[in-house]
Design a protein around this ligand. Sequence first.
Ligand SMILES: [Zn+2]
Ligand SMILES: [Zn+2]
Length: 290
Amino acid sequence: MPPKHHNPGHPITLQLAQERVVAFSISALSTYALLPELNCAFDMGDCLLDAVPIERVFVTHAHGDHTRCLFRHDSLRRLMGMEPATYYVPAATVEGFRGLAEAWRRLESVRPRQHEPPRLEGLEPGAVVWLHRQLAAKAFAVQHTVPSLGYTLYDVRKKLKPEYHGRPGRELARLRREGVAFEEEVWVPRLTFIGDSTIETLYREPHVGESRVLFLEVTFLMDGEQELARQRGHTHLDDLLRLVTEQPHVLHNEHIVLKHFSMRYDRGTIKHLLRKRLPEDFMARVQILL
Ligand SMILES: [Zn+2]
Ligand SMILES: [Zn+2]
């Protein structure tokens, strides 16, 4: 019998600030995170029926445990009469995914005009995707063994420029008619999702520490696995411990979700090691995705 926490069909539902996230993540097995209220998902290692109505899927990298059900998502939507979703992938992988989709179409004898291929969009670091007028996703570079992106969702709001504070509404209405730009945009980081990654990403992208919610991998936990973590482009518990003790100001997220543990550990070991080694005040903000 496989351990209970090795079942991608049984996701964990987390309530993190205003976010409801339905997620699963075990290394080499499967990773996905669904945000049904925001109509988006990160990775598609498996495709639950709950995932099917979601219209935007942000893919961190091409490893199979994160992408194996991308085209299953696409075909289930068609079967249920829904419009195609959009799949955002690292730009360097878009041709590979197109080839994969084409191979499936050939295997399933889909006639060329029967339906269009999946909507794939390649993104470079810095690219912005608008989910609606006040919510944007921004991609950033992630260090792993293959081209990888992380994504931060931002609430984008308009705010009065400081020099216009306290002006009466009548005057602002007049300024608006005259075309004066008295407002500025404020981007508030709401949720950051990092797929597989070394700790380097956190040093290079300090903005991830500002997000209200942060999803972070810690694949390897045991002593003697530090080199393995480096070779496979993953984070070791020692790396995370070093960051949070030497630079405690970096991660000041309200909620941190630790995920993507190696299949070699049982549930008790994961919980025990994280609680034993990471500082108590840090663990107070952590949810373990198990
Ligand atoms: Zn993975
Ligand atoms: Zn990977």
